[in-house]
Design a protein around this ligand. Sequence first.
Ligand code: SAM
Length: 263
Amino acid sequence: MTTPFSQPAKKALGQHFLHERGIIDKMLLAIDPKPGDRFVEIGPGQGALTFPLLARHGALTAIEYDRDLLVPLTEAAKAHGELTLVHSDVMDVDFTALAAGTPFRLVGNLPYNLSSPILFHALDHAAVIRDMHFMLQKEVVDRMAAAPGSKVYGRLSVMLQAYCVVTSLFKVPPGAFRPPPKVDSAVVRLVPRPPEQVGIVDPRHFADVVRAAFGQRRKTLRNALSNICDAERISAAGIDPQSRAEQLAVSEFVRLANETAGS
Ligand code: SAM
């Protein structure tokens, strides 16, 4: 079979192209496209997810940084549906402007070296994102979905779970990609919570509290947060100042940040 994609994968762009049909089908089943949905894909690559989504859905917008993929993607997409290709670093894309008032569903098999920046970038625009389905390094998905008390519960878990319902869906082995990555992958779903459910008074302060608490995760909260608030304020939030960040539920971080905002 001839393919318009002749260039080798670029390591610097985290290119591992998904080829296993069963995994692509499982991802589509998880995404469950419905008429009227609007899709934006990050990093379409050689179209592994793009073309089946287009075939099912008819249209989507994809953001690809690799200039060499633009022509082959555009050519190959014609057989499947209407692809709007944005040539950009995803970190430079203003999702709110892209939405132009119509919230969209975000999907992608992400470049693993940029996973966390992309996740935080998406959080900044959560109001225009209905949900997200991402393929990521499994170790990152484990951290995203971790519960308090777990070894991998940390800043990423609290920041994402405060703003989204995070569900780890299924594991994907390296052999599903060409070239295979060195690590296992996993697919995760994030559904942004409505602002009234999030309940965070000062998002910047919340981020500072979480960063400080996990910056010194072996220390008690009283010590780790000494630059932010005193032990009395921690107690006033109903939290033991002698406890450690890894023991606190996401809702307790929200309470702690709201209690100490402006202090
Ligand atoms: N979706 C394809 C698949 O599943 O086979 C490709 C996935 S590959 C892991 C990651 C894709 O993201 C590549 O196409 C790569 O060129 C693209 N990419 C890398 N860095 C990017 C960036 N900063 N902005 C947008 N796309 C990027």
